[in-house]
Design a protein around this ligand. Sequence first.
Ligand code: RET
Ligand code: FE2
Length: 507
Amino acid sequence: METIFSRNKEEHPEPIKAEVQGQLPTWLQGVLLRNGPGMHTIGDTKYNHWFDGLALLHSFTFKNGEVYYRSKYLRSDTYNCNIEANRIVVSEFGTMAYPDPCKNIFAKAFSYLSHTIPEFTDNCLINIMKTGDDYYATSETNFIRKIDPQTLETLEKVDYSKYVAVNLATSHPHYDSAGNILNMGTSIVDKGRTKYVLFKIPSSVPEKEKKKSCFKQLEVVCSIPSRSLLQPSYYHSFGITENYIVFIEQPFKLDIVKLATAYIRGVNWASCLSFHKEDKTWFHFVDRKTKKEVSTKFYTDALVLYHHINAYEEDGHVVFDIVAYRDNSLYDMFYLKKLDKDFEENNRLTSIPTCKRFVVPLQHDKDAELGSNLVKLPTSATAVKEKDGSIYCQPEILCEGIELPRVNYDYNGKKYKYVYATEVQWSPVPTKIAKLNVQTKEVLHWGEEHCWPSEPIFVPSPDAREEDEGVVLDFSFLSCIFVSCLCICCIHICLFTVIFDMGSFHY
Ligand SMILES: CC1=C(/C=C/C(C)=C/C=C/C(C)=C/C=O)C(C)(C)CCC1
Ligand SMILES: [Fe+2]
């Protein structure tokens, strides 16, 4: 296994023609961009965690039934500093590094004692975001990096904090029907307050302002105060419906005092995250039109989540589906020491990812009896009114053992049927792709021996009438690599193999 996870991946900046087995739909034209860690060893130094690896960008160009692959390392400041010093000089999620004293690109890191929030990495390895015609590699810090989607070259660095007071931002933004981005970030101890900020980046700038970047037009939609000044919740994604933003304030928290003293204590950022199992999980709903938060307090028991699947409104309720855990063991699983061992035998999650549906009665009868279930939809999810006016929600379980969920994005925020995800069961490494029908709970699987799929991407066919008319694209591990193209309904499966080295991830 060592070879798959921690081996440095070679980049292939020139297009390589893939060998296609079977036939691709003729309408499938365009570029699939993927991001993920590709290099974990620099000189004699090695990152500790899979999420630390230097970002390797991948693209698959689909054209007239042919596929061309290329990959290129993101030339972030982090990449350049590390390569020049021939050692890891910038700290990542699971690795605390000490900067090269001759360089001042990450100047703040030297003066950590005078700053509460250290300067973070611009190794944007998690996802790709589209603003208008521009593409950015993203992570969860305040930095994103523009890239050229054709050549995969690295362009300018954007610091979110110059446009909006956030220190962190998610790598799972949402897009509205006009292509505007909605994202959330955390503003840490800014003017004595810690809050979660929802912001909008327009997809285009007005003609007379064409020279300006769309970030100059960034708008704060609203902010939600954190329940705790020094321990805001960590979150990896959020949900959206036609009229609401769904934000879950989970008791998996980032300790700011620990973060500010991490350098002195010689510990990594990951150790500043902790799960408070005695706390509650609070649900927040922001009205997208009035920009106001719904005042009723809705909560559930302590849980940890990374991925929202989808959310929608039905008869005065907000229904939202998430992949939840009972503890925070997932991120711990990705320490390379654990992955390099026989991961399937020794690396089992202590809590299985569970697909949970919460049904929240936003418009409920204010005179309803205490203890009564306010959910009026046919579901086993409940929402019970308590003495202090808060509402305690319990979910319906949709399925277990899936992660990296995706939906047909045309159905994002709307009542929907299908989730495409990887099947992980008790191991953090996926072995199959699943298609879950959230209405019937039926699951279809696709898998091959020695093949570890990544996040499946659903591409609807241009004239689709049904939600699942289209193909699923997946970038998977095999002894060599392949991209699998799984026709929905499993009528036929076509696979095509590209024979070179890879570094995959999700997102
Ligand atoms: C660098 C850094 C962070 C990085 C987090 C990362 C890199 C998370 C990756 C998450 C993934 C890949 C999740 C998949 O489900 C924090 C903790 C936000 C804050 C401190 C600085
Ligand atoms: Fe993710």
